[in-house]
Design a protein around this ligand. Structure first.
Ligand code: SF4
Ligand code: SF4
Length: 341
């Protein structure tokens, strides 16, 4: 697989990175099969997080014997030095390794103070000094914070949601990272499942020689699609540009990206799916959502107590309870019309 230089880290990573969030949802052995197949087909960059339940265990289980041939990035949600160091020790134990290539702060509310010896940033630096992490990075869903991180010059990599649906403003991050020689990792490259044409999404990223998309992969057939695309990389053509334009028109404005930062919901509403059900019903096969189980999931929206937790934690500043109500009303109509009786 073609490799790409990840900014000043000088790591030569596969142009397709492996996003290891979805492997939480499959068994240990299924995850092993997928991770191994990815490795055998040229993926050498795996991105996980302390917060992705057993994702790190699965990486350790599947890839520890080929550790020297791959690059691993993980993330810590910690807000202070001691917790960062505690988290990295746990991550290393889970992944059966004694270092990660990149240790990232996981979506902090603000940049930690680099001059505070007890800050999370000081924890990253100490982890690097101790050889527990080769490079340090940060992830964010907020453009202003990602740009601030680039400007600070303190981080080797920045990870941000980018896709063919990103705005012109968001895409400016690509040039900013290039000028500063900071590695740019693109999360949500399929916009949380709303971009359904993988070839177009893939070709979109091939335009940039300094962005590494990490594709969230849960099933072998999804992996196969990316392996095939890597073998014959498609080039952005007029037809694909039309698809992108159509997607942009349909998904213009505020929509839920399915990131899950609003969880947990005390009413047990599966917000990352429920808040974009309108789109999921129309942009992917809808049968799977027209079931008794999904009907019950969606009806839980009635139990929303308006506690405000989701609204406060949404990095896209969505009015999540309102969005949920809208999706419930639409779902009921759609269900009445199309669900098999
Ligand atoms: S406001 Fe409603 S949907 Fe949001 S977290 Fe609270 S109960 Fe859940
Ligand atoms: S409502 Fe906001 S925080 Fe919750 S999944 Fe959607 S985009 Fe993410």
């Amino acid at each position: 697989m073609e490799k790409i230089r990840l900014g000043r880290t000088n790591l030569m990573v596969s142009r397709s990175g492996f996003g290891a969030l979805p492997i939480q949802r499959v068994s240990l052995d299924e995850a092993r099969l997928i991770l191994r197949k990815a490795y055998e087909n040229g993926f050498n960059f795996f991105d996980t997080a302390r917060g992705y339940t057993d994702s790190e265990d699965k990486i350790g289980y599947a890839l520890s014997d080929v550790r020297k041939d791959i690059y691993i990035a993980t993330k810590t949600p910690a807000n202070d030095r001691v917790s960062v160091l505690r988290d990295i020790e746990t991550s290393l134990e889970k992944m059966k390794t004694d270092y990660v290539d990149i240790l990232q702060l996981h979506n902090p509310k603000q940049l930690p103070d680099p001059n505070d010896p007890e800050s999370a940033y000081s924890g990253l630096v100490e982890a690097r000094k101790k050889g527990l992490a080769r490079f340090i990075g940060i992830t964010s869903h907020k453009l202003s914070l990602a740009l601030e991180a680039v400007k600070s010059g303190l981080y080797d990599t920045v990870q941000f949601p980018l896709s063919s649906l990103s705005s012109e403003e968001e895409l400016k991050l690509i040039d900013e990272c290039k000028s500063a020689d900071i590695g740019l990792i693109a999360m949500k490259a399929l916009s949380g499942g709303l971009i359904t044409n993988a070839a177009t999404a893939f070709a979109f990223f091939r335009q940039f020689d300094n962005v590494v998309p990490i594709w969230g992969i849960q099933r072998e057939r999804e992996l196969d699609e990316f392996i095939a695309l890597e073998k014959n990389p498609p080039v952005l053509d007029d037809h694909m540009l039309e698809i992108i334009e159509k997607d942009r028109r349909e998904l213009a404005g505020s929509f839920c990206r399915g990131c899950g930062y609003c969880l947990p919901c005390p009413a047990d509403i599966p917000i990352p799916m429920a808040a974009r059900m309108f789109l999921l019903l129309r942009r992917s096969p809808s049968e799977g959502f027209l079931t008794d189980r999904w009907k019950e999931n969606m009806e839980r929206i009635e139990n929303c107590t308006n506690c405000g937790h989701c609204r406060q934690h949404c990095p896209y500043e969505l009015d999540t309870p309102e969005l949920l109500k809208y999706n419930l009303a639409d779902y009921r109509e759609y269900y009445a019309r199309y669900a098999k009786k």
